[in-house]
Design a protein around this ligand. Sequence first.
Ligand SMILES: O=C(O)[C@H](CS(=O)(=O)O)OP(=O)(O)O
Ligand SMILES: [Mg+2]
Length: 242
Amino acid sequence: MRLRVDLLPHGNYPDVVIIIDVLRATTTAVAYLERGAQALLLTSTPDVALALRPEGESTPYLLGGERGGLPIPGFDFGNSPAEAAGQNFTGKTVVMNTTNGTGAAHTAAQSGKHVFLASLTNAHAAARRARAAATEEIAIVCAGTDNHVGLEDVYAAGVLAEYLLAMGEFSIDDGARIALTVRRNGGNPLEALGSSGHGQHLSRLGLGEDVRYAAGLSTSTIVPTLTRDDSTPEQTLKFIAG
Ligand SMILES: O=C(O)[C@H](CS(=O)(=O)O)OP(=O)(O)O
Ligand SMILES: [Mg+2]
């Protein structure tokens, strides 16, 4: 079994893909499902999300997402896991669009057989699900920020790689070696996230609570899992709790 870590999304995933966007999309996705959402629809653009809820029409959708870290006009929520964790989404479908994470999921879905979303908060459960589904390769894909590598994602990839290596034999690539090195030398999760460029950016925006929330290690057993069914609206990816 191969274990590969892409420090940024590259595509061409033959088997299992785990998308990581710790700050904040995949942490928020886990929080929505943890708080009862029945599904998440990750859209290719903000406009696709807005079109799912034409003005004046009643639809089953709530919209969550950001640009520049701040909520998108017309959306109900930003991209805040701490905010999501304080709400009840029972029976709701949350439509998400964010700067980095939702696009990375679309890249993964072009080729991956099994696509999961992972964060630090569901790291152990995501590693277990991936190991059970994989037949040849597990690719852990760091979303990064605006096409630049993000320390928080690489650190989380190292956490997942550690869990996976404890579960069985893998041949690993240099991306995995880098992620493991970052994990082993990055301190505890809060230290790693707090020292990342994006963690500092979010704290400056007054969103430090999200950074603290995202540093919770394996606090959830929910793994957002891509499901391909005919009812999924175009240009969206549907994830349900696995
Ligand atoms: O919500 C976030 O923290 C980032 C967006 S930004 O870089 O702060 O604008 O989005 P994500 O897609 O979760 O990386
Ligand atoms: Mg991010």
